[in-house]
Design a protein around this ligand. Structure first.
Ligand SMILES: Cc1ncc(COP(=O)(O)O)c(C=O)c1O
Length: 402
């Protein structure tokens, strides 16, 4: 038996993932994944961009390159931040393998075993996995419809030696919540008062289909405490694995070394292909198309949930992103109902429980609307309403407290 490192022991395989393997069968309507719509990937434009790079600069595109990333891509990313009110130069930016790698690199650089990380509750599962692997101690602060509850955060900051605050400011995974401007300002004030770094993970910001954009935390920080992550995964395609990190120099230089140790650099070919694509492709028109399709699917799902789910169900309509978060009446345990949903009703979702660090609300679930067709949304919500409706009436007839 091989002896495993201690840090592997905290990272447990998820029971939900096992059940959801069954949901990959074609006859199951799955709202479980977190996938963008594949039919909207700009496949031809990406193919042509790769071909042009290989024809014009093949050897350079296939050679090792710098850890920081391809300079023209870093310039594009810098101007993307500048456009949103966060003055940025290419030097402030590191290209990563998606924002997921950014979470990992930052946690390698900032977190010792036992270090306290504050997250929202619930929050992005794969960030929790990174913090577990770093042997950090996660302290979760509840969020409401406006973002994290700052009074609770203030208490945690006053009673713990917090080393990092992690958050998803726009259309969060899993809740769809967008932090309001006052919450953003309040968070920055607290972070500055306690001199705690903030990791702003914003993979969905470009997929806003309602409401007005809000400034990123990077634009509100004048103390060099905010580290921001972004990605082309939802704007173009996740398979490119190209994302970015913007960080103050003092942290960034260590992040560069951590990335060097991890993978030397992100794909030279993919970085150059993205730059080539951005030079000729109408990104704004593409984003507008994504926004309009996702808006339509989101509204259809939201209305279906409102129409057919059991009375007392709460659902937040997000201003963008990929997910609807649903809170069923008390007593419906979405985790224990998942097997029934998949095997008997041929419909899948992600139970809310795994996204919580503590104070689990077991009557919650996450539904993905980006990767499904309108007909499947309507029929899928009807199937789910039967799963949850039957559970409620079984609970009621057994006299269990609902
Ligand atoms: C909140 C959040 N952060 C990061 C990621 C990872 O994205 P990427 O493909 O850029 O690594 C996801 C993916 O779903 C996400 O939901």
């Amino acid at each position: 038996m091989m002896r495993l490192a201690e840090r592997t022991s905290g990272v447990t395989p998820s029971a939900v993932r096992e059940i959801l393997k069954v949901a990959e069968q074609p006859e199951v309507r799955s709202f479980a994944g977190g996938l963008p719509a594949p039919e909207l990937f700009p496949v031809d434009a990406i193919a042509q961009a790769h071909a042009r790079v290989l024809v014009m600069n093949g050897p350079a595109a296939l050679q090792y390159s710098t850890t920081e990333g391809y300079a023209p891509l870093r310039e594009w990313i810098a101007s993307h931040f500048a456009d949103k009110g966060a003055p940025t130069t290419a030097d402030d930016v590191l290209v990563t393998n998606g924002s997921q790698q950014g979470i990992d690199l930052v946690s390698r650089v900032l977190l010792d075993p036992g270090a306290v990380v504050v997250t929202e509750n619930p929050t992005y599962l794969a960030a929790l996995q990174v913090f577990q692997a770093a042997q950090a101690k996660v302290v979760a602060v509840d969020s409401d419809r406006e973002g994290m509850q700052l009074e609770a955060l203030a208490k945690v900051l006053a009673t713990h030696d917090v080393r990092l605050i992690y958050l998803v400011p726009n259309f969060a995974n899993p809740t769809g919540v967008t932090w309001t401007a006052p919450r953003r300002a309040g968070l920055i004030a607290l972070a500055q008062a306690w001199k705690v770094p903030v990791l702003e993970d914003d993979p969905y910001g470009a997929i806003r289909f309602a409401g007005a954009p809000l400034p990123p935390l990077a634009a509100m920080d004048d103390a060099g405490l905010v580290i921001s992550l972004g990605t082309f995964s939802k704007m173009l395609a996740p398979g490119l694995r190209i994302g970015w990190l913007r960080a103050p120099a003092a942290v960034r230089k260590h992040v560069v070394v951590a990335k060097q140790a991890t993978d030397l650099h992100s794909s030279s070919l993919a970085q150059r292909a993205v730059v080539e694509l951005l030079a000729r492709f109408d990104l704004e028109a593409h984003l507008n198309r994504l926004r309009s399709v996702y808006r339509e699917r989101c509204e259809l799902m939201f209305e279906a949930v409102r129409a057919v789910f059991p009375p007392g169900t709460k659902c937040l309509k997000p201003d963008g992103g990929l997910f609807l978060w649903v809170e069923l009446p008390n007593g419906v345990d979405t985790l224990s109902l998942l097997t029934t949903a998949v095997t008997q009703h041929r419909v899948a979702y992600v139970p809310g429980a795994p996204f919580f660090v503590d104070r689990v609300r077991s009557n919650t679930l996450r539904l993905n609307f980006s990767n499904c067709q309108p007909k499947d949304i309507v029929e899928g919500m009807a199937s789910l309403s039967r799963v949850f409706g039957e559970a409620l009436s079984a609970g009621a007839s057994a006299g269990s407290p609902l």
